[in-house]
Design a binder for this molecule. Structure first.
Ligand code: GDP
Length: 316
């Protein structure tokens, strides 16, 4: 089984690619829940939803989140009624949040609710939240302490961040199946998700980093940094804040205690040759996933890079 660590929009593209090249039963996706938000009384798990929609073919290609072709009539009416409206939920998307919230209120865990939603959507790959316990990514900024969605959506990440914290992580236990999948994986792939706010929360959950250090599986990451800058979003700025360069070397630094291989873009060939070492294989390819074919090709490249190590005991 191939295990993928991911956040939302960037990671989902690689997950879609992997879904094209690996049998669904051979794919386990471990998803960030540090961005989860209570909105209009509903429990919204944006990254889990993006992955569920990606794997069921419902994901909006244009937006990269939410359901393709969704309408926003409820949102408009909520705004008219004086309700907060800076976080957009589509009408069909609402059905997911209503169902999840009802399941959680009935006493089901987030992982149980996720499995049931995935089954209803016809998904055969395994989707695991990082934890059933609440972990909240909080950012100390020039405008005070913000949740991830307040920072990312409401403030459009245009505010200086001084510190990122994962509230609750020190007592959060990995969801059932997370540690087992890491230990038993054939290969582990870090999607090109934001290393600080999408992967950071997962690595902060008790025991996950240790399991990654101990597993025999090759561990590869796809860089979200291309040509020395994030393809989109605040990854570059947040990496700098962490004291990591906003380059592929910074991505390697974020994962240094367990990473075997890094897949970078051709645009970063020069940096790749500096970074390459005995301990870290660095391979370059096209990593811009702007079409289903590009997603598939990158996924195949990463899987094959991992397979080399499995076969020959070297590689990546
Ligand atoms: P979020 O939860 O919506 O922030 O999504 P992720 O953390 O999963 O993805 C955001 C990251 O994906 C950003 O840092 C982008 O640089 C990266 N990204 C987006 N599209 C691509 C792409 O096509 N290729 C690569 N290599 N990275 C991408």
């Amino acid at each position: 089984v191939i295990v993928v660590f991911t956040g939302g929009t960037g990671g989902a593209k690689l997950v879609q690619g992997l879904h094209q090249v690996v049998a669904p039963e051979e794919l386990t996706v471990i998803v960030n829940t540090g961005d989860d938000i209570e909105w209009w009384g509903l429990h919204v798990s944006p990254d889990i939803d993006t992955i569920l929609y990606a794997l069921s073919g419902l994901l909006s290609t244009e937006r990269g989140w939410g359901v393709e072709g969704d309408s926003f009539r409820c949102l408009e009416r909520m705004k008219q009624l004086g309700q907060p409206s800076w976080f957009s939920l589509g009408d069909l998307d609402l059905a997911t949040h209503l169902t999840r919230t009802a399941m959680l209120r009935a006493g089901k865990s987030l992982s149980r609710a996720t499995t049931e939603l995935a089954t209803k959507l016809g998904i055969r790959a395994r989707v695991l939240p990082m934890s059933d316990d609440r972990v909240s990514t909080m950012l100390d900024t020039a405008k005070g302490t913000l949740t991830f969605q307040e920072y990312f959506v409401r403030e459009r990440h245009q505010v200086e961040v001084r510190r990122v914290r994962f509230e609750g992580a020190h007592r959060a236990r990995p969801a059932p199946g997370v540690i087992e999948s890491i230990v038993a994986a054939e290969a582990i792939i870090f999607a090109p998700s934001n290393p600080v706010t999408s992967i950071g929360p997962i690595l902060a959950v008790l025991g996950i980093r240790d399991a990654l250090k101990q597993t025999k599986a090759p561990i590869a990451a796809v860089s979200p940094i291309v040509g020395g800058a994030a393809v989109s979003g605040p990854a570059g700025a947040l990496m700098k804040m962490m004291g990591w360069p906003s380059t592929i070397a910074g991505v390697a630094k974020a994962y240094e205690d367990f990473l075997d291989g890094l897949v970078a873009d051709h645009a970063d060939e020069a940096e790749a040759s500096v970074l390459r070492s005995e301990d870290l294989r660095v391979r370059c390819t096209n990593t811009i996933m702007n079409s289903p074919a590009a997603r598939r090709d990158l996924a195949r490249f990463v899987v094959e890079a991992c397979a080399v190590k499995r076969g020959a005991g070297v590689g990546l």
